[in-house]
Design a protein around this ligand. Structure first.
Ligand code: PLP
Length: 400
């Protein structure tokens, strides 16, 4: 288009930030207020309780930081560990790489288990490493539940079983930034000691909140942990949070938005939210198959229900598909990061999303791929996804 105005909506299909529902947007349009007023806890105290439901935590304590997910990573590690402490971490994508880098930079001794990008954490290898650690020097196991860079979901329940099978006392820290609120996450059942998320994905908010759900055991560890921390100190938070306040000025509109976004999740029902994500992801995967392309995830057991990383054929630059989609069709797709730069593009299918929105993205991806020289049959992916979506609709009608 010649002009600078881009009519219609931008199609936001990066795997976060995700679309913010209109009612959540409206809930954030609030005048500033005194965050030390006597009525402020009426807003905040229920947020902590509701977030526990989203984490599926029975006895955890939730902390809400004015940061992104990266701050929550740092908070989890620095509050509960000491410099030189050993942690075991699986690395199989850009986000697990960055978390490991952060762990090293705050002074931890990281034993890295590299997996091929496209695979997830390997519970057998984790068990093996823990069994070999007879002196129990490993204090924590770090796992990224949903590796956003490769569209891979790891089996956190299996990691918990591996830790138990090894009879090892290590704590379990899980990055659920691109799973929590979209893919089933069970902090208590899986014995997750620090569960980490951010506001801009399944919680359907702008970026700006880093959230950690901490087990009683990790909270106890915080009492003696010596990593340096100040802004992210759990003790400062806990003291203020106990009566519904924060140790510093909170991100007020985001807290109102969080209240509304959790209302959205609970009205739909968490289990239904997870089922919808699975359903939309299956439609996306049907499209990928119809295009004759493959996912970065190397086996269906790794398939992510929040993001599909789609490999482009040899000789094609995935970045070009993304750029064409953006410039010609006003649609944002996720880029290939680091090791997989240029080799794939990603469709984020998480948050406030339905079938027709996703079909728009699949149509846009098809056009951009054709324009970039990929031999895909126009309409083929859209048709496959439609068939998937209609099939399920008909079944529902037949049942009625
Ligand atoms: N972990 C995962 C799995 C992510 O996808 C991201 C961001 O996309 C992060 C951590 C980092 O979060 P943030 O960008 O909010 O700091």
């Amino acid at each position: 288009w010649a002009g600078s105005r881009r009519p219609g909506r931008n199609f936001l299909f990066v795997p976060g930030p995700t679309n913010v529902p209109d009612r959540v947007q409206r809930a954030m349009v609030v005048p500033m207020e005194d965050h030390r007023s006597s009525s402020f806890p009426e807003l905040t105290l229920p947020l902590f309780e509701d977030l526990k439901k989203v984490f599926k935590s029975r006895d955890g304590q939730v902390f809400i930081f004015p940061s992104s997910g990266t701050g929550a990573w740092e908070a989890a590690l620095t509050n509960t560990l000491s410099p030189g402490d050993k942690v075991l971490a699986s690395r199989f994508g850009q986000f697990s790489t960055l978390w490991i880098d952060l762990a090293q930079r705050v002074g931890l001794d990281v034993e890295v288990q590299d997996e091929e990008w496209g695979r997830g954490a390997d519970p057998d290898r984790i068990e093996e490493a823990l069994r070999a650690d007879r002196e129990h020097r490993i204090k924590a196991v770090l796992v990224v539940h949903n590796e956003t860079a490769t569209g891979v979901t790891s089996d956190v329940g299996a990691v918990r079983r591996a830790i138990d099978a090894a009879g090892h006392p290590a704590m379990l820290y899980v990055d659920g930034v691109s799973s929590i609120g979209s893919i089933d996450f069970r902090a208590s059942e899986w014995g997750v000691d620090c569960a980490i998320t951010g506001s801009q994905k399944g919680l359907m908010l702008p970026a700006g909140l880093g959230i950690v759900c901490v087990s009683p055991r990790a909270l106890a560890a915080a009492k003696t942990a010596e990593c340096r921390r100040c802004y992210f100190d759990f003790a400062d938070q806990a003291k203020a949070n106990a009566t519904g306040y924060f140790p510093y000025t909170p991100a007020l509109p985001l807290l109102y938005g969080l209240r509304e976004s959790m209302r959205c999740l609970f009205e739909e029902g968490l289990e239904q939210v997870f089922a919808r994500h699975r359903f939309l992801a299956d439609g996306t995967r049907a499209a990928v198959k119809a295009w004759g392309l493959t996912l970065c995830a190397q086996d269906p057991k790794w398939n992510s229900d929040t993001v599909s990383a789609i490999m482009v054929p040899e000789g094609i630059n995935g970045a070009e598909v993304i750029d064409i989609a953006y410039r010609r069709y006003n649609m944002a797709l996720g880029a290939g990061l680091s090791k997989v730069a240029g080799k794939l593009f990603r469709i984020g299918h998480l948050g406030d999303l339905n079938e027709l929105m996703l079909l728009g993205a699949l149509a846009g991806a098809e056009m951009a791929m054709c324009d970039a020289g990929i031999q895909v049959q126009p309409g083929s992916g859209v048709a496959a996804a439609q068939t998937h979506f209609r099939g399920a609709t008909q079944t529902a009608e037949q049942r009625a």
